[in-house]
Design a binder for this molecule. Structure first.
Ligand code: PEP
Length: 244
């Protein structure tokens, strides 16, 4: 199991150019151990060139929040992984529940994106997670296994999974340690057995802040977090990165 921690900021559709400069300037001042922690910022597409420029010669990495599943073509409004690579993106988030919900992304599309991203030598951060209804009906393990089964290629050397229960995103509700551990174990065992994947980086995402981050990292052996709202707050990021 990798000991490296991945701290992935999902800025979503937030920040203008001035706010971006300010937040990156703040992030640059945070002293963290970059041999054990990766600080990955995923801004909206139009901010990527600026962020990519601002983080040159720093220990901050840039990623994207999505890409199209085809290399190029008549796909109005979409962005190619080829240009993301040119912009120095090392990671792409795929299958975020907001993409699934608002853009009707299916597991099949997500799998195509994962394959394409990998073919460009970029690391996909693949999101899975159940709805509140699935959790209440005790269908969550079935739903997560289905997502893993459909979205993850067979035999990868290494995979990054972000477990983001939909009911936790932006709500302030966070699963218990036991619930996170259950999904971590389920994911590890499922990927080993059905996909022959032995190296897993398992991230938790959903209402992460500095306090619950410390609790989760102290009481599980997961590999980091995907952070939305708190990633826009320099004080929260300072505590999270220096704790790692
Ligand atoms: C997310 O949307 O990826 C996320 C984790 O959001 P938040 O931290 O705001 O719940």
């Amino acid at each position: 199991m990798s000991q490296v921690k991945l701290i992935v900021s999902n800025w979503k559709m937030n920040l203008n150019f001035i706010q971006t400069r300010k937040l990156i300037n703040g992030l640059k001042k945070i002293k963290f151990n970059s041999s054990t922690t990766k600080n990955i910022i995923c801004p909206q597409f139009l901010l990527i060139p600026l962020v990519s420029e601002l983080i040159k010669k720093t220990n901050i990495l840039v990623g994207a929040q999505d890409c199209h599943q085809n290399t190029a073509g008549a796909f109005t409004g979409d962005t190619s992984v080829e240009l993301l690579k040119k912009m120095n993106c090392k990671y792409v988030i795929v299958g975020h529940s907001e993409r699934r919900q608002y853009h009707n992304e299916t597991d099949d599309i997500i799998k195509q994106k994962v394959d394409l991203i990998l073919s460009f030598g970029i690391k996909p951060i693949i999101c899975v997670g159940e709805s509140l209804k699935d959790r209440k009906n005790k269908k969550y393990t079935k739903v997560i296994k289905e997502q893993l089964s459909n979205c993850i290629p067979f035999g990868l050397n290494n995979v990054i999974i972000a477990y983001e229960p939909i009911w936790s995103i932006g709500t302030g509700l966070v699963p218990t340690i036991e619930e996170i551990v259950e999904i971590h174990d389920l994911t590890t065992n499922f990927l080993k057995k059905s996909k022959k994947i032995n190296q897993l980086n398992f991230l938790y995402g959903g209402s992460v802040n500095a306090d619950n981050f410390m609790d989760i990292m102290q009481n599980t052996n997961i590999n980091g977090a995907l952070i939305g709202g708190s990633s826009l707050k320099i004080n929260e990021m300072n505590k999270i990165l220096t704790f790692c």
